[in-house]
Ligand binder design. Structure first.
Ligand SMILES: [Zn+2]
Ligand SMILES: [Zn+2]
Length: 313
């Protein structure tokens, strides 16, 4: 138990000093400055070559999403995820040790060239995330959390990282085992992470880039905007692609009926969705309760009406 407590405490202090070091030392291998640089790059594109020209340069919820970027990219790890996941990973390897296993590696690809390992990691991870994203739309419970991302009503690059911290837990937990099964020789997933962040910013940006046939492979703003459409013909939505659009074309979940530049975004009654960061963090936990309460009230009302009706009769 003491071991887990030590891991928990050192996770906070380690990550705290790591974050501080990142801010103080700009370099090419620095997450903090890459996030800042990519954000400025896509903001500049939105200012110089906007797809929706009437949209304000500092659009609705620009600062809220800016804070989400900082929170989801850095602070959440600092506040809790790093500690929880370090304990989870340690507990999981202790559990494997009970069966005499050191690791989960089922496919050895360490001898491959680095570029092939990076490409495999990128594609496998993206396919797993495409599946997790579908799950977020299909499970009523998970959808409550994913709604935070879909509450965006005016699209821009920073909307990419507006999501509930619960999503980070779902994604990292579900992708852990399949990724651990592939014995990557590379320790540093930096390149893949930065590349995926750049495509995520691009998908959400107010920018039009005709990709030609490449659009069947790479996700893009003209496709991802339909994922955010308020009115979808399919109950669980479409275009679940994170970095790649190819999975949606392969599995029949692609949807792009027309130019989606000015479509309405969100979901039913998005106008009544909480607007502040704190409220959005609490809402998924309360939503179920208020809906259940509402259903109960409606049921009671119906019962009362039925009884009143039978008395009149
Ligand atoms: Zn979604
Ligand atoms: Zn999105």
């Amino acid at each position: 138990m003491e071991k887990y407590r030590d891991i928990f405490i050192s996770s906070f202090t380690d990550y705290g000093s790591y974050l501080w070091r990142e801010v103080l030392n700009p370099s090419w291998g620095n997450y903090f400055y890459w996030l800042l640089g990519l954000s400025l790059f896509f903001w500049l594109l939105e200012i110089l070559l906007p797809w929706r020209q009437h949209q304000a340069k500092i659009r609705q919820d620009f600062w809220l999403d800016g804070f989400y970027m900082l929170f989801n990219f850095f602070l959440f790890s600092l506040v809790g995820f790093n500690a929880i996941s370090n304990i989870g990973v340690e507990a999981f390897s202790d559990f494997l040790a009970l069966f005499g296993l050191n690791n989960l590696v089922a496919f050895e690809i360490q001898s491959w060239p680095v570029w092939a390992q990076l490409l495999t990691l990128f594609m496998v991870r993206d396919f797993i995330q495409w599946n997790i994203h579908r799950l977020l739309h299909r499970s009523d419970f998970l959808w409550k959390f994913h709604k935070v991302h879909h509450s965006v009503q005016q699209m821009g690059f920073a909307a990419h990282l507006r999501f509930h911290w619960g999503e980070t837990i779902v994604y990292r937990t579900l992708e852990y085992i399949p990724l651990a099964m592939i014995g990557f020789g590379i320790q540093d997933f930096f390149l893949v992470h930065i590349f995926a962040t750049a495509i995520g910013h691009f998908n959400h940006s107010n920018f039009h880039l005709p990709l030609g046939p490449l659009r069947y492979l790479l996700n893009n703003p003209q496709m991802h905007i339909w994922h955010h459409a308020k009115h979808m013909p399919r109950k669980y939505g479409a275009n679940y692609g994170i970095s790649l659009s190819v999975w949606d074309y392969l599995f029949g979940t692609a949807y792009k009926p027309e130019n989606g530049r000015d479509i309405e975004l969100g979901f039913d009654e998005v106008e009544h969705y909480p607007q502040s960061f704190i409220e959005q963090q609490w809402h998924p936990f309360r939503e179920g309760r208020t809906t259940r309460k509402k259903a109960l009230l409606e049921e009671q009302q119906e019962l009362a009406n039925a009884t009143a009706g039978s008395v009149v009769k």
